[in-house]
Design a protein around this ligand. Structure first.
Ligand code: HEC
Length: 177
């Protein structure tokens, strides 16, 4: 893995972006080979498991985590959950597991998947954390309002999921034993 890291650094130099790459936090990998010059968390070398070094930090200087994407990042939105939750847990599960919709298991372990992602905390036993629905709703709408350095996609702010889908996801998570 060390060798690969050096390789990426060398590629960055060849691509003439050394000035940018030098500014990057040392625990972030810069993949100059990808189309959009993607940033990756640094894997823990030779750990024998899929494990990343701590990477939750403020990367807002790098718009959409990409050097070449010039679209401005939308500001974090603080939202209020209005009225009853009125969510459908069964529907929420379908949205969470659907790679074209929530795709939550790309980053989270959830009951019912063979192997979830490790980018975020496990959601197994979620209901026992005792969070209010409003907090979970805000987290899915835009986690950055709670933690400015969060890498979780702002599903509400970015218009990835409509309000009802987020209500259904909250109902699903709050049912996880
Ligand atoms: C790209 C990775 C990624 C995806 C995709 C993702 N999350 Fe997250 N999620 C995270 C990370 C990282 C955190 C920790 C955020 C922090 O540090 O503030 C998190 C935190 C959370 C939390 C708070 C957990 C707690 O105990 O405080 C919830 C709830 C959550 N995510 C639900 C979801 C749901 C539902 C989806 C799908 C709609 C989803 N996440 C998709 C990365 C992701």
């Amino acid at each position: 893995m060390h060798k690969r890291t050096l390789g990426l650094a060398a590629l960055a130099l060849v691509a003439g972006v050394a000035a940018h790459a030098a500014d990057l936090p040392s625990n972030i990998l810069y993949d100059a080979n990808t189309d959009k010059k993607t940033l990756w968390p640094q894997p823990v070398a030779n750990s024998g498991v899929v494990k990343y070094n701590e990477h939750r930090q403020d990367l807002s200087k790098w718009v959409t985590l990409s050097y070449e994407d010039k679209r401005p990042t939308r500001k974090a939105e603080t939202v209020e959950l209005k009225g009853d939750l009125n969510g459908d847990a069964k529907r929420g599960k379908e949205i969470a597991m659907n790679t074209q919709r929530g795709n939550c298991w790309a980053c989270h372990v959830m009951p019912g998947d063979a192997q979830g992602g490790t980018g975020g905390p496990t959601l197994v036993g979620f209901k026992h954390r005792g969070y209010p629905d409003s907090y979970v709703y805000q987290t899915i709408w835009d986690r950055r309002a709670i933690n400015p350095g969060a890498i979780m996609p702002p599903y509400g702010t970015n218009g990835v999921l409509p309000e009802q889908d987020i209500r259904d996801l909250v109902a699903f998570l709050q049912s996880l034993d």
